[in-house]
Write a protein that binds this ligand. Structure first.
Ligand code: SF4
Ligand code: SF4
Length: 204
């Protein structure tokens, strides 16, 4: 007897269970044979973060915005002598750039906020360790992941050209092209339609 007082047919549950088993047996299995077969992951999968060191200016934005505080950056300043300049310039040199993947929650904020495209997602996920301390990836290891970063998707042919492309096209067209485009007269307006009897005359 069920909770609501209805009398259930004996063996009904068994038949229902067997029906589910038979239905599942006839369906195609979706099991992936990992690690024998590599899974085909979408290019934008969040596997691990790669660092392109030469793009990093040590602005510290990523470390400040990381909600888990798991990015550690150290740097020093170097004098750069510019030939012909009155004073030497200073530039930041990266000494340490570590990400602790035992704390990282893969939110992607560091990649979003980096103004210089120094951080990138890669779909690579096979970096499990037996010691949790080994999940702290140094800048060299983060740099090695760069080879697994997929190429950016092709531009939409119907989309607007990027700012850089538009600038390059203007430069290629020559110095007079931009001025000519600015000073070009607007196309002549079509002659105004004559007003019908009783209709107010249009403004010219
Ligand atoms: S993905 Fe998120 S949690 Fe991980 S390092 Fe970047 S900002 Fe921090
Ligand atoms: S936000 Fe980008 S450029 Fe700035 S420190 Fe982080 S990785 Fe380097």
């Amino acid at each position: 007897m069920s909770d609501d007082g209805e009398r259930s047919t004996p063996g009904k549950g068994l038949v229902q269970g067997l029906a589910v088993t038979l239905k599942t047996m006839t369906q195609r299995s979706t099991t992936q044979q990992y690690p024998d077969v590599e899974p085909e992951l979408p290019p934008r999968s969040r596997g691990v973060i790669a660092l392109l060191e030469e793009n990093c200016t040590v602005c510290m934005l990523c470390a400040r915005e990381c909600p888990d505080w798991c990015i550690y950056i150290d740097s020093h300043k170097e004098e750069v002598v510019v030939p012909g300049a009155a004073r030497s310039r200073q530039r930041n040199v990266l000494d340490r750039f570590d990400i602790d993947f035992s704390l990282c929650m893969y939110c992607g904020i560091c990649i979003e906020v980096c103004p210089f495209d120094a951080l990138h997602w890669t779909p690579e996920f096979e970096y499990a360790e037996t010691d949790v301390l080994d999940l702290l990836h140094s800048k060299d290891r983060l740099g090695e992941w760069m080879r697994t970063v997929p190429p950016p998707p092709a531009h939409d042919v119907l989309g607007e050209p990027s700012k850089e492309e538009a600038t390059a096209a203007r430069k290629a067209a020559g110095p007079g092209a931009a001025t000519a485009a600015k000073t070009a007269r607007p196309a002549a307006r079509p002659p105004a339609r004559a007003a019908e009897p009783g209709e107010p005359e249009q403004e010219r």
